[in-house]
Write a protein that binds this ligand. Sequence first.
Ligand code: ACO
Length: 332
Amino acid sequence: MYKNAYISAVAHYVPEKVLTNFDLEKMVDTSGEWIRTRTGIKERRILEDGKATSDMAAEAVKNICKLRGIDPMEIEGIIVATVTPDMFFPSTGNLVQEKSGAKNAWSFDVAAACSGFLYALSIGTQYIKAGTHSKIVVVGADKMSAITNYRDRNTCVLFGDAAGAVLLEPTDDEQIGLIDFMLFSDGSGAEYLKLKAGGSLYPASLETVANDWHFIYQDGKYVFKFAVSKMAEVAVNIIEKHGYSGKDLKLFVPHQANLRIIDATVKRLGIDYDKVMINIEKFGNTTAATIPLALSEAWEQGKLNKNDLVLFATFGGGFTWGSTLLRWAYDK
Ligand code: ACO
C-alpha cells in the first residue's frame, strides 16, 4: 500500500540568555542600526557555558514527544543535523538519544551547514516511505556561539544558538505529507565559508588557536551573492516542477541568514509577505535550526492548517542549498 511521510509534530528549544545588538556594540566596532539594516537581526540567543548542542536538541525532542503525546521510547530513529556537534564522536545524535530517553532509537548526525535540516529531513523521509520505520525524529541544532569569534564584527553579529525538531510518521493519505526535495552541493564554495581547523587537515595546535582558525570564516559578500541567486532559484524550481506558482503557497519558511536574502527570494516567488515566516530578528542565523525553529513558531502562531502547501528553502556552507515542498497534515 502507498505510504507517504508527513510531519506529525514540530517543536523547538531556545536558550534563555539574549544577546542584543546593543550588547554587541560594547564588544566590537559595530552599531545596532548597521546590524538591523544589513541583516534584519535585533537579538540572538546564547547557550550557557557547560551546555552543548545535544542539550538543546534533547529538549526539542522531549517537547516533540509531549506535543504528540508519545513516549520517547516509541521513537525508532534520531537524525541530527549540526555543524557544532558536542564532540567529533560519539555523534550528537547518540547523546540526544540518551538525554531524551529515546532508548530504542538508532541515531546519527548529518553535516550540511545551514542546509543540514533539509538534507536530514530527506533522509528521514526515505525511512518512512520505505515502510521500515514509523517514527523518525529529525533535529536541526547548532550552538553557533561555540565557533563564533566575538572579536570579529563580520561574523559575530550574525549567529545564535537554537534547536528545532520534527516527528515524521507514515500516512496512506496521498493529499498530505512531504512532496519533494531538491538538494544541491557545490564544493568549490568550500573556501568562502568554513571552520578551518580542528579536523584532520589542521588538528588543534598552538598555531591554529593563535590564528583563530577554530572560528567561522566567511567571505560575506561572496556568500551573499551566491545565496541570493541559488535560494531563489531552487525555491522557484520546486514549485514550478509541480505545476504551482507562488500564489498557491500558504506558507514559505526560508532559512534565516539575512533578511535581504529572504526578500530577494520572496520577490522571485511572487508571494505576499504575510505568507512568509520570518523570525530572524529574534534569533539570528541558528544554522541547521532556523527552518524547524521558524516552522515551530509558525505552528504556535496558528499559521499552519491541514492541506496547506508549504515551502522550505535554504542555503549554506559547502556550498549546499535546497528546497522542500509539502502539504501540511493537521489543524492546530
Ligand atoms: N558592523 C559595522 N560594519 C560592519 C560590520 C558590522 N558588524 N560587519 C562588516 N562591516 C563593514 C565591513 O567591514 C565593510 O566595511 P568596508 O567597506 O570599510 O570594508 C562594510 O561594513 C560593508 O561590508 P559588506 O561585507 O559589504 O556588507 P554586506 O552588506 O555584504 O553585509 C553580511 C555583510 C551581513 C555578512 C552579508 O554579506 C551576508 O549576510 N552574507 C551572507 C551570510 C550567509 O547567508 N551565510 C550563509 C549561511 S551561514 C552557514 O551556513 C553557517
